[in-house]
Ligand binder design. Structure first.
Ligand code: AMP
Length: 443
């Protein structure tokens, strides 16, 4: 069968690489892909942007694509799954209504509140009902979020109420375009973050391995927020007990709530969680797709055939399949371009990919392009070097060995990806996180 992957980042390279390993798959098509997907056996790039839904549909039909997997949020929020389904094509992801969980933070907060699922206390404002007096009466830190899609940049953690007011007026002033016409202001939560991703078929869920990412640009979680500078799996912060609690208190009620609200959820569902000091999980956000860079280490550990799992979900049979995982840890280090996350420079020549390919692990491409036979940078996050190892510290060593092979002008990367898990390993904490292999933990 032919599989189409929609998107062109690191997540999509990992999806294409994984699907191409399936003995059921004759070819993987990636729209638009990058220099990494271009170089994979049995994978072909197609020059169609991820948001050109009509062209993607026409292409999928003409190539008799049996399964489409959508990477990024924009086409999901725009209704790509509804369009494909309407044409009788199998496309894995939530429909437009359910994708609002990510497309509108206001929608998602109201949904959580209505269904009694733990999330930070909040209020939603537009310019018309904005209540500056209420905001001035709040305690800092406080979090100001653009409600719409803002490529992960629409969240501002204000350390004073003055900063919060400035952020709110910035958003109303058009800093994030339409995404900031409505804003969410919410309580600041303490704890450790973890990503919890499941596959859902409308009724049943299959949890994927847990992971943790690193959002800040610099070591020690300093510097500006980014799309993610690295991630590892499993996340030891998600112990067996917390895993069971997240399934029971968050994932189960979310899937049932969406079904009850008339928008059953099929697709990958990513919950960004804050695990409080008492182990209580709270939802920071939902994404209606896989995380990037979390996907790269997660799929590096997935032993099952991803296409079989997606098809089981499309058939409403997720309760009858299991996922198998490599018991080793995986850790991915993002190599970013000069200037990231602000003014990104493109066109820098990347050297060392061949030497990295001779080592264990895998270098996934994100913002790369092939120009006159050479691979050059073409985006903020350029590559993600993924290593595997028995412990997170071993996976970290393998990932940095890959990263050190690679050179381009202005390359930036963090040196401490996985530090929280490694600190736990050093402290002799035996827990290595839940692996989602226990069917008893299913919702
Ligand atoms: P979001 O896109 O809503 O997940 O926000 C991006 C990042 O901002 C999260 O990964 C957290 O690091 C941080 N963040 C968001 N909301 C809160 C909150 N209520 N309390 C503390 N940190 C937050």
């Amino acid at each position: 069968m032919k599989v189409l992957i929609v998107g062109g980042g690191g997540r999509e390279h990992a999806l294409a690489w994984k699907c191409a390993q399936s003995p059921r798959v004759s070819q993987v098509l990636v729209a638009p892909g990058n220099a990494g997907t271009d170089g994979e056996p049995r994978v072909r790039n197609v020059d169609i942007a991820a948001t050109e839904i009509a062209r993607l549909l026409e292409f999928a039909r003409s190539e008799a694509v049996a399964l489409t997997i959508v990477g990024p949020e924009a086409p999901l929020v725009a209704g790509i799954v509804d369009a494909f389904q309407g044409a009788g094509l199998r496309c894995f992801g939530p429909g437009r209504l359910a994708a609002q969980l990510e497309g509108s933070k206001a929608f998602s907060k109201h949904f959580l509140q209505r269904h009694g699922i733990a999330t930070a206390a909040y209020r939603v404002f537009t310019r018309d009902n904005y209540d500056a007096a209420w905001l001035r009466a709040q305690r800092a830190p406080i979090v100001v979020k653009a409600s719409g899609l803002a490529s992960g940049k629409g969240v501002f953690i204000a350390h004073t109420v003055d900063e919060a007011e400035a952020a709110a007026s910035d958003m109303f002033g058009g800093r994030f375009g339409d995404a900031g016409a409505e804003i969410v202001i919410e309580q600041f939560l303490q704890g450790e973050e973890a990503s919890f991703t499941v596959m859902a078929d409308g009724k049943h869920v299959l949890p994927l391995a847990t992971s943790q990412d690193h959002k800040r640009l610099h070591d020690g979680d300093a510097g500006p927020n980014t799309g993610g500078m690295g991630a590892y799996s499993p996340a030891p912060v998600v112990t067996d007990a917390i895993h069971a609690r997240v399934m029971r208190e968050i994932i189960g009620p979310t899937i049932r709530g969406l079904e009850r609200d008339g928008m059953p959820y099929t697709g990958f569902l990513y919950a960004g969680l804050m695990i409080g000091p008492d182990g209580a999980p709270t939802v920071l956000e939902f994404n209606c797709r896989l995380g990037d860079p979390e996907t790269q280490p997660i799929l590096a550990r997935l032993d099952s055939d991803l296409t079989t799992l997606c098809e089981a979900a499309l058939d409403g049979r997720l309760d009858r399949v299991e996922s198998r995982w490599d018991q080793r840890a995986a850790l991915g280090v993002v190599l970013a371009a000069a200037g990231y996350p602000d003014a990104v420079r493109s066109g820098d020549r990347i050297d060392g990919l061949d030497s990295a390919a001779r080592l264990a692990g895998k270098v996934f491409h994100a913002g790369t392009q092939r120009l006159s036979g050479r691979v050059v940078t073409s985006g903020g996050r350029v590559l993600c070097a993924v290593g595997l190892g028995d412990r997170v510290s071993d996976a970290q060593r393998a990932a940095y060995a890959l990263a050190q092979c690679i050179h381009y002008p202005g390359m930036q990367y963090r040196r401490d990806i996985g530090y929280q898990a490694i600190a736990r390993e050093r402290a002799g904490d035996g827990s290595r996180g839940q692996d989602a292999t226990d069917p008893g933990g299913r919702g």
